[in-house]
Design a protein around this ligand. Structure first.
Ligand SMILES: [Zn+2]
Length: 256
């Protein structure tokens, strides 16, 4: 088995007491690659520390999360740009628009999103998109570009029509996590109709643990529950699903 977790915040303090044990357990179960999305200036140090500890398996991104966008957006963006100039990263992420928690800084969120897409194009990096209650504004921005980077719609939980719109953009994959296991999420019906070539796996740990762990802290090894569920929906073996989705992840991040 060879699985890639394309979106995990394993550097969060929620894992400070047992991080290494959880990583060993996940690796023993075939989870070999972990992609770390940044949040803001506060998450960079622990993220880079984790990457340094496991340079073969953990890969850091750089970016500003839409929920960390406020009146101080220019300072945070300057910090992102500064890091981009200092060392390579596997992607710009996570970036996007979130209108679920707060709409106050919608304009600044759009500005930060566009600025970081431009940097992705400049540095030739993929983008990892956080989209919550914001499919239309995000799609509108993406459509305004003549050329787009590769990317992942992280934690995709939209409709089949939205999935097709994303796929038609070009080199975009859909990040599928614990939500696909939730009863009545409807995401299982959508995933069932999508070709596996468009899918990548993610935990979004510590958030969104799959069934039967829903509501608990999400752990890296729980990605197996997501893989099992999708494999069953697509009527293929879990090994085969792992192979396909890991290849998809490596296509995006370019580190196969
Ligand atoms: Zn995230």
């Amino acid at each position: 088995m060879y699985l890639a977790d394309t979106h995990t915040h394993l550097y969060s303090k929620e894992f400070n007491t047992d991080r290494d044990a959880l990583i060993s357990k996940a690796m023993a179960n075939g989870v070999k690659k972990f992609y770390l999305p940044n949040i803001d200036s506060g998450s960079i140090a622990p993220m880079l520390e984790l990457e340094k500890q496991y340079p073969e398996n953990f890969f850091a991104m750089m970016g500003l999360h839409p929920c960390s966008v406020d009146a101080g957006v220019e300072n945070e963006l300057a910090m992102v740009k500064n890091w981009l100039q200092q060392r390579p990263f596997v992607a710009i992420g996570e970036i996007g628009i979130d209108l679920y928690w707060d709409k106050t800084f919608f304009e600044q969120q759009q500005h930060a999103f566009k600025t970081q897409i431009n940097w992705a194009l400049e540095y030739n990096y993929p983008i990892i998109i956080h989209c919550r209650e914001a499919f239309e504004p995000i799609y509108e921005i993406l459509k305004s570009y003549a050329k787009l980077p590769k990317g992942i719609f992280h934690c995709f939980s939209g409709t089949l029509e939205q999935a097709h719109k994303i796929i038609e953009l070009g080199n975009f994959k859909l990040g599928i996590g614990g939500v696909v296991t939730f009863k009545n999420s409807g995401l299982d019906k959508v995933v069932e109709q999508l070709d596996t070539e468009h899918l990548v796996l993610e935990t979004d740990a510590p958030y969104l643990a799959p069934l039967p762990f829903r509501g608990k802290r999400n752990e890296p090894v729980y990605i197996l529950e997501v893989a099992k569920k999708i494999a069953a929906l697509k009527n293929i073996g879990i090994e085969e699903l792992g192979k396909i989705t890991t290849a998809n992840a490596e296509f995006i991040f370019g580190n196969g």
